[in-house]
Design a protein around this ligand. Sequence first.
Ligand SMILES: NC(=O)c1ccc[n+]([C@@H]2O[C@H](COP(=O)([O-])OP(=O)(O)OC[C@H]3O[C@@H](n4cnc5c(N)ncnc54)[C@H](O)[C@@H]3O)[C@@H](O)[C@H]2O)c1
Length: 424
Amino acid sequence: MGNEHDTGISRRDFAKVSAAAAGFAILSGTAQAAKAKSNRDTLKVGLLGCGNRGTGAAINMLEGKNNVKLIAMADLFEDRLNSSRNKIANNKNPEVKDRYAVKDDHCFVGFDAYQKLLKTNVDIVIEGTLPYSRPKHIEAIVNAKKHLFTEKPVAVDPEGIRQVIAAAEKAQELKLSFVSGLQRRHQLEYIETIKRIHDGEIGDVLAMRAYWCGGLPFAYDRKPEWNDLEYRIRNWYGQCWVAGDNIVEQHVHNLDVCNWVMNAHPIRVFASGGRTWKPKEEKYGDIYDHFDCDFEYENGVHLTSFSRHWQKCGEGVFEDAVGTKGRSNCMSIGAWKAPGGENPYVQEHIDLVKSITGEGPYLNEGVRVAESTMTAIMGRMAAYTGQVQVWGKALKTDLNLVPKELDFAKAYPLSPVPAPGSGV
Ligand SMILES: NC(=O)c1ccc[n+]([C@@H]2O[C@H](COP(=O)([O-])OP(=O)(O)OC[C@H]3O[C@@H](n4cnc5c(N)ncnc54)[C@H](O)[C@@H]3O)[C@@H](O)[C@H]2O)c1
């Protein structure tokens, strides 16, 4: 059972770190966006990060029958921007095509593309780049007073998490809407089921499980024309500083559901992990292929989590809560099955737009996505170091994995895969 002393954080600091979360819980249901636009105003959307998910998120925003136009796009690489543009402009869905209005002078490439996009008159930015660049982008988007949809995870290290929490607090002050790509939070099955769990239908939650066990999503060979940095970013999954390792990159979804059920984040974690099947080839990067974590919440509940990328092995992506009166996979309870709703990838944008126009509750999901990302980072830190990690101490560390300078002319050698006990 954890106590405040175990978290390695003083009462004052704890209050500070968790204030934003509590603030969110209170404010989300009541506050109206100060800058709420009427639903007659067409909101202008900019897409930052025009890869697979960024393009998908923009399409989801446009197909959701929202009163929006996509007017600006930005990416590090021109080829990614062009293929995304083509996919949206020539989309088979007329709802998407009608809402596409991107002119050449509103397309930007390079590491400073986000700054140029923020100088346009967009109202909403969809952040679809990669975890390494999100804290900086999120901070800049909020400073530019734009509403935000960001993909997850929002950082790869505690320094990035602190930056995102500060930005979320600032968004709250400015009444900017902030929605994250933890789409289960916008999925009716989860919403209805977790509401019943909170209402006591399975009794007191005694234990939880969360799995993301599947194969490796991708690992590209280096093309001759790719320098180190371009290769690291295009082959992003394998580099810890770019994407945070698999526990952060994908398992964050399941950990977030558990935090949602518990209405809290864990306070400590003990973990194992390693790299079992992947050869030491550059394309597989410097990350592990499995993590096994025992997280503990402040009330003593334990969460067993497995995150692994093993080819041709058993798969499973789910969450599970066991209570004193029953159990739930967070989408049903016993014979009761929650009703299905809109595609959550579309619903999250509908909810964002309604938050901005005032047709729905004000949403600021910044702190909770940061806390769920930090939960995953803490699991990774526990496995890399072989040491128990406690929330307050882990969140306060200076760990910053992202190189200070990103320059295509410089070398970015691959880091060694950390042997358990030797990593950070
Ligand atoms: N919510 C979900 O279910 C879900 C599903 C898939 C992906 N994702 C998330 O979406 C993100 C992107 O994944 P993807 O599969 O689209 O990858 P991707 O490589 O296809 O897209 C990433 C894009 O970001 C661009 N980019 C990288 N650094 C940039 C920078 N500094 N400035 C501007 N652009 C930059 C890249 O050039 C690329 O076009 C990941 O964080 C991933 O976790 C979420």
